[in-house]
Design a protein around this ligand. Structure first.
Ligand code: ADP
Ligand code: ASP
Ligand code: MG
Length: 419
């Protein structure tokens, strides 16, 4: 029998696409949920679409449209999660477990109107609480929401994590479990670096930096929501009961000492260069205002020295933001902001993430020396206390990640305190 506290507490569990990829996997997850409810009877389960369903929907859209985006695209993409939640509902009911599947509109997830990259504004938890009170497992479609005008939106790729985190916050859940196809948050992507190590605990800040620099095991916005609402996150395997990684509260002593917690990479970036930009006040402001108006966030900005009153502005952004850029570049050229503009997609970013990086002498030098040994040219660099990131050529990324990881993590676990 669960103790009284656990009977009252709400647990939110989110399962990713690989975990529900086939009917067999859905049955396995149903089995796991049947065990979880004996401990946490008030259980909310958030699901992604099955396997590669969302990618397949994107491919379909590309087959009929040159630039599939906006309202119709979201209506299409949101269908993936409706399939997985209803199947899990059937599988649980088939086991005799009371369960109900709900789309995001049915469970009150209200977003803004930014199609494809919507943000959750509020969650009306009435329906979910009613269902929990009636003794049902509530299964919620991740990744989707509804605007005030009843339009369907999606939250951006990997967005089911955000649904899980936001529901956990709104329901004041005891934790948000992110159940996935790896053992937890590791020092690098274990599918690329075989000797990556598992962290039993990391801080919210470290998780956000790892995630936003490309470690897609957790969506950075999910970690941000949980940090703001003080909800512990437990990243763990969907397939076994290993310890996983806890992300919560204060920084743990173990992590306090480590300088580098991980090496992340991101190939879904592009570099935009504006050439022959007049060197006068207000130009950069105009460029970045135009980007902001399209809700495009930029990851790295470099303005190079000007010659004869003309300079160059480069910025790095996620590839998903590229489609409005063609038009923007045309506008900038037409209005004299730049003479020409170039988009380079063959770039990628490698980052080391941790604490006190910029203020620890020698760390950046070690990273750059490894890249130099590998014959890698560093295109742009950015550094902060929690991250040193380099933009490099995409075809040198995988080897670079392995070599930089070896530099900081070879031997026994984390490289503590750089000298
Ligand atoms: P899900 O479908 O469960 O949401 P994702 O594919 O979005 O899963 O995220 C899990 C993947 O994240 C893993 O399969 C792994 O390849 C990748 N990954 C990248 N960096 C890391 C890291 N530092 N630790 C663990 N996994 C990572
Ligand atoms: N199904 C969506 C995607 O593939 C959301 C998610 O998996 O989290 O991006
Ligand atoms: Mg994911």
């Amino acid at each position: 029998m669960p103790n009284r506290e656990k009977r009252d507490e709400i647990l939110v569990q989110k399962y990713g696409g690989t975990s529900v990829a086939t009917p067999e996997r859905i049955n396995q997850i149903a089995e796991r949920i049947s065990r979880t409810v004996t401990e946490y009877p008030r259980l909310v389960v958030v699901l992604s679409a099955m396997g590669k369903t969302t990618d397949e929907l994107v491919t379909l859209a590309n087959a009929v449209s040159r630039r599939p985006e906006g309202r119709e695209m979201d209506l299409l993409l949101a269908t993936g999660e409706q399939i997985s939640v209803s199947l899990l509902g059937l599988a649980l009911q088939n086991r005799g477990l009371p369960a109900i599947s709900l789309t995001a509109p049915q469970c009150g997830i209200r977003t803004d109107g930014a199609f494809n990259i919507a943000r959750i504004e509020s969650i009306d938890t009435n329906r979910v609480e009613q269902e929990l009170n009636a003794g049902r497992v509530v299964i919620v479609a991740g990744f989707q929401g509804m605007t005030r005008d009843q339009e369907i939106t999606t939250l951006g790729r990997g967005g089911s994590d955000i649904t899980g985190a936001a529901l956990a916050a709104a329901l004041k859940a005891v934790a948000c479990e992110i159940c996935t196809d790896v053992d937890g948050v590791m020092s690098a992507d274990p599918n690329k670096v075989t000797n990556a190590t598992l962290w039993p605990e990391i801080s919210y800040e470290e998780a956000i930096e790892m995630a936003s620099s490309g470690a897609k095991v957790l969506h950075p916005r999910a970690a941000e929501v949980c940090m703001a609402y003080k909800i512990p996150i437990h990243v763990r395997s969907s397939f076994h009961d290993g310890i996983g990684t806890w992300i919560r509260g204060e920084k743990d002593m173990v992590m306090e000492q480590a300088a580098v917690v991980g090496v992340s990479s991101d190939r879904n970036i592009a570099k935009v260069t504006l050439m022959e930009v007049p060197d006068r006040p207000g130009i950069a402001a105009q460029v970045f205002q135009d980007l902001a108006a399209q809700k495009i966030s930029v990851r790295l900005i470099i303005q190079s020295a000007s010659a004869e009153g003309l300079g160059r502005i480069s910025f790095v952004l996620d590839e998903e933001y590229l489609s409005p850029l063609e038009d923007l570049i045309k506008t900038w050229i037409a209005s004299g902001i730049a003479r020409d503009g170039m988009v380079d997609r063959q770039v990628a970013k490698i980052s080391i993430v941790g604490s006190r990086l910029a203020s620890t002498p020698g760390l950046a030098a070690r990273m750059f020396a490894v890249l130099a040994r590998e014959g890698v040219n560093i295109d742009c660099i950015s550094s902060s206390e929690m991250k040193i990131a380099c933009v490099i050529s995409e075809n040198q990324l995988d080897q670079s990640v392995r070599s930089v990881h070896d530099e900081f993590f070879s031997g026994s676990g984390a490289d503590v305190e750089a000298t």
